[in-house]
Design a protein around this ligand. Structure first.
Ligand SMILES: [Zn+2]
Length: 480
């Protein structure tokens, strides 16, 4: 758990405005950045993503995705960029690209794919965004649009980070491209697939999977590929038509190789990184539990756990402090510019040593913010619990915030400490059977629609031949 760095938004003071030729399209276009700046920007954001989302701890899988991405990128118009391809430890179905050639797929999107060629179609699309410099252009536009917010973030970093603005940092990664950019990235991706020898018909299949994810989620979890991309159904139809018109020769699918590589991948949210059950947040790795206010909108963002009051008048947040003791952390916290510090006092929270630090954040316009941070020591770590409320409304939420600040405790419940994530496992059908029969013989604690989707099964009653490799999900489903 680390702080969200926002420095990517701040620099680039000297924008070199010029006109350059787009390497992928050959057209002249307005370009804010030199290639060196583009790479530097990508590299800085890459460090943040790696720290904030974390990478899947599976060197063989990382190498596999990286090798495949590099083969595709070698066929692109910018083979000499420092291309990098990483699998981030996130259950959301997503893939994204940063300027300079830094590309990510989530373990969530991998779990939904069925072949190497499907993976190639997604990586190829993201490579297309980089080669056509969509992300650079979008980034400069967005950077300008967010200039106003930045001033506030720099002035009161801790408080700004605690608010909705913190999302702006990550928001940059989920750039929304225009329809033309998306079509262009699809076309470029298709070209890289063909040049690398992959089966192009796997591309529309991948769009079908994304369509299915959208239908099951009902537009639920964002931000993801679906939120930042146009209707996958339209892209499926368009790519099917293009591929049929052009009559590409059959290429490599690589289904078995892909499935064997991704076997054992964590499926869904990993409860070891923390999970909610009946309003209580449990963190097995860090061995603590914490009560959250009922009815507040909570999110586990890995670098912090946060909950916002339904009327948005208050929020509570938990994160790790960097200092070695609660006293040192409270001291550093209260010294920040932009805070009016109250008097720190020692206390005990469920038997753990801590320091409470009340404070206020005066604002030039509108009501000031009343805050209270409590620093608690557990093992080698110092945790920071913080409650913030619009000062005029603070009395409405005092009870909720108080229970949160008092609710941190060591986790001793074995059942919670030993929780394991669900994982993908493969079954090779010993004889022909329907998907329905497969589900009965190899049950999974998961939605049957999700299981059909990740296996590419359209008709669960239809017979599948012996030898078919199917995915199941093993392990207990936890969290709510
Ligand atoms: Zn895209």
């Amino acid at each position: 758990m680390r702080r969200i760095a926002i420095s990517i938004l701040a620099p680039v003071l000297a924008l070199v405005l010029g006109c350059a030729t787009n390497p992928a399209t050959g057209k002249r276009q307005l370009n804010f950045y030199s290639e060196a700046q583009e790479i530097a920007m990508g590299r800085e954001a890459d460090a943040q993503i790696t720290a904030q989302l974390g990478l899947v701890d599976d060197p063989a899988l990382q190498a596999y995705v990286s090798d495949l991405g590099k083969r595709l990128a070698a066929e692109s118009e910018r083979p000499n960029l420092p291309w990098s391809f990483k699998v981030v430890d996130d259950a959301v179905v997503n893939a994204f690209a940063l300027p300079g050639g830094f590309i990510y797929v989530t373990r969530g999107i991998l779990a939904h794919m069925r072949s190497e060629a499907e993976l190639a179609s997604v990586l190829g699309h993201e490579i297309g965004h980089v080669t056509a410099q969509h992300s650079v252009n979008q980034m400069s536009k967005q950077q300008i649009a967010m200039g106003g917010l930045l001033v506030g973030m720099i002035a009161v970093p801790e408080v700004a980070q605690a608010g909705d603005l913190a999302q702006a940092g990550l928001g940059l990664l989920f750039l929304k491209y225009g329809r033309d950019d998306e079509r262009q990235a699809d076309d470029l991706g298709l070209r890289y697939m063909v040049d690398t020898g992959f089966e192009t018909r796997e591309m529309p299949k991948m769009f079908g999977v994304l369509e299915g994810v959208g239908e099951i989620a009902g537009g639920g979890r964002i931000p993801n590929w679906l939120a930042s991309h146009p209707e996958p159904g339209l892209r499926r139809e368009r790519s099917t038509r293009l591929i049929a018109e052009r009559g590409y020769p059959p290429g490599e699918v690589g289904a078995e190789r892909f499935l064997r590589r991704t076997e054992g991948l964590v499926f869904g949210d990993d409860p070891r990184q923390g999970f909610f059950e009946k309003g209580v947040f449990y963190h097995p790795e860090l061995a603590f539990r914490l009560d959250f206010p009922a009815g507040w909108k909570a999110a586990n963002e890995r670098s912090r756990v946060v909950a916002v009051h339904p009327d948005q008048i208050a929020m509570v947040e938990l994160r790790l402090a960097r200092e070695a003791s609660a006293a040192a952390a409270a001291d550093a916290f209260l010294r920040q510019e932009g805070l009016t510090p109250g008097r720190a006092e020692r206390l005990r929270v469920n038997g753990l040593a801590g320091v409470a630090a009340p404070f206020e954040v005066p604002r030039q316009t509108g009501s000031s913010i009343a805050g209270r941070a409590v620093f608690v020591e557990l093992g080698e770590r110092v945790f920071r619990l913080m409650g913030l409320a619009v000062a005029e409304q603070a009395s409405r939420v005092r009870g909720d915030i108080g229970r949160f600040l008092d609710g941190f405790a060591r986790l001793t419940d074995r059942d919670k400490l030993d929780v394991r994530p669900q994982r993908l496992a493969l079954v090779e059908l010993p004889r022909a059977m329907s998907f329905e029969e497969f589900l009965r013989r190899h049950p999974s604690e998961a939605d049957a629609r999700v299981l059909a989707l990740i296996n590419g099964v359209e008709d669960p009653a239809a017979s599948l031949p012996a030898g078919t490799l199917l995915k199941r999900i093993v392990g207990e489903r936890r969290g709510d």
